[in-house]
Design a protein around this ligand. Sequence first.
Ligand SMILES: [Zn+2]
Length: 479
Amino acid sequence: MKVYNTLARKKEEFLPQGDEVKMYVCGVTPYDDAHLGHAMSYIIFDVIRRYLRYRGYRVKYVQNVTDIDDKIIDRANKRHTSIKELAEIFINSFKEDMNSLNIEPPDENPRATEVIPDIIEIVRGLIDRGYGYEARGSVYFRVRSVPDYGKLSHRSLDSMRAGSRIESGEEKEDPLDFVLWKASKPGEPSWDSPWGPGRPGWHIECSAMSLKYLGNTLDIHGGGQDLVFPHHENEIAQSESFTGVKPFVRHWLHNGMVQLGGEKMSKSLGNLITIKEAVDKYSADAIRIFVLSSHYRSPLTYSEEILEAAARGAERLRQTVNNPVSGNKTGKRIDTEPYRKRFSEAMDDDFNTAQAVAALFDLTRDINRYENEGFEAGEARETLKELGGVLGLTFQEREEAPPDAGALAQNSAIVYQTLGLPTPVATDAGDTIKKLIDLRQKLRKDKKWAEADMVRDKLADSGIALEDTPQGTVWKRKR
Ligand SMILES: [Zn+2]
C-alpha cells in the first residue's frame, strides 16, 4: 500500500509500527458552525480509517478539540457568554454535523483544556533542554535550535523570516520563534504555570495530546494543506525536541482545500457553505460521493451542479442495493472479484477514492444490466454494500430535517382558535401534524372545504407539505 507523504514529497510504502495504526487528525476550534472544508477533511480521514480496518489493521484514531483560543475568547465576549459555554455549543454542533455525514467519532477526542498539566510539563521540558525560553510570562520556541526546521513545508529559514515579524508586546529573540505558552491579558481565562498565569499556544496542544494518547511516534498525522505551515512544522519541532525521538510522524497526509468560484472556501472570504446547509439539501451519501470523486490531495470544486450529479449517483447506488433480488433464471452469477480488485488497487494507491467510486458505479451498472439478463445478483449487491460501507456510504435517503416546532405550534394554535376549538396537547411536532391532518380529514368529511384548506395552508406556512394518497394523507417537509 502506497501513501503520499508530505515530508518526503512522494508516495511511500505504508509502514506502520505495528498492527495498530496510530492516527492523529487535527480537530476544530469550536467557535462557529463547521463548513464543507471541514466535511471534506473529516470524510477523507474517516475513509482512510475505514479502509485501514478493511485491510486488517486496528486503528486508534485521535482528534483534538482546540477549546481555548483567541477566536473563542473574542466570540464569547461578543456574545456575552463564557468560553466554556460557547465551546460546548459548537462542540455539540460539530458532533451533530459529523454524525449527519456518517463520520465515525474518534476513539479519543481530548480537549486542550483537559491537558493543561501535560502541556506545562512539555513546555518546561523544552526550556530545560534549551529549546524554549521565557520572556515576560510567555514562553517561546527557539526555532534556530532545530537544524531541520522547515523539513515538512520545504521552506528555508530565510524565506520564512521574510514573512515573520515581532508583534508589539512580544519579547522574542528571533521573529521566527513561536509561542508555547501565552501570558494572559487581564480578563482572559488563564491557568497557573511556573511562568505565571497564562494559556497554551495552539501548536503545543496537538503535540501534548498526540503524545499523551498515541505515544512518541504516530503512524499517520492528517490535516488540511493549510496546516502544513506553521502548525505541523511546529508540532514536529516541539515533539521531536521534547521526546528526542524521530520521526514524530511516519506518514504526513494532507488534504486539498474546497474551492468555490475559483477561491478557497474560507471564513475570511465569506463564501462558506456550512455542513448543516449542505445536509439540509443533500444526503450524507451525496456529499461523500462529491468529496470522494476527486483525489484527496487536489482542490475540490463546489457547485450545485456537481452536488446534484453526486446526489443522482448516490440515488442510483441506493436503489441498486435496496432493490428486491430477482430470481436466478440463467444459473449465472456476476463475478465480483474484478470489482473488488479494482477497488483495492485504487485505494492501495494513495487512497485513490475517485477510482474506487468509479468501480462501484461500474458494479452498479453491471448489476442492473446483468440482472435484466437473468443473472443472479445477490452476491454482487452484497459486495456493493460492503465496499460502499468502506467509503462510509449508508445507502439511505436524505434524512428529513425535523419541522420547525415553533412555527408549527403557532400556526396550529391559529387553526384551533379560528375554528373555535380547544388546542389539543401534542407530544411533539409529529403529533401536532398528525392531529392537524386528522382534523382536516374530519372537516373534509363534513364538507367544510374552506376550513380544511385553511388547515392545509397553515401547515404549508410551517414548512409542511401534505400529499393525499390512496393509503391516506402523508406529510413531508417542504424543500
Ligand atoms: Zn494540530
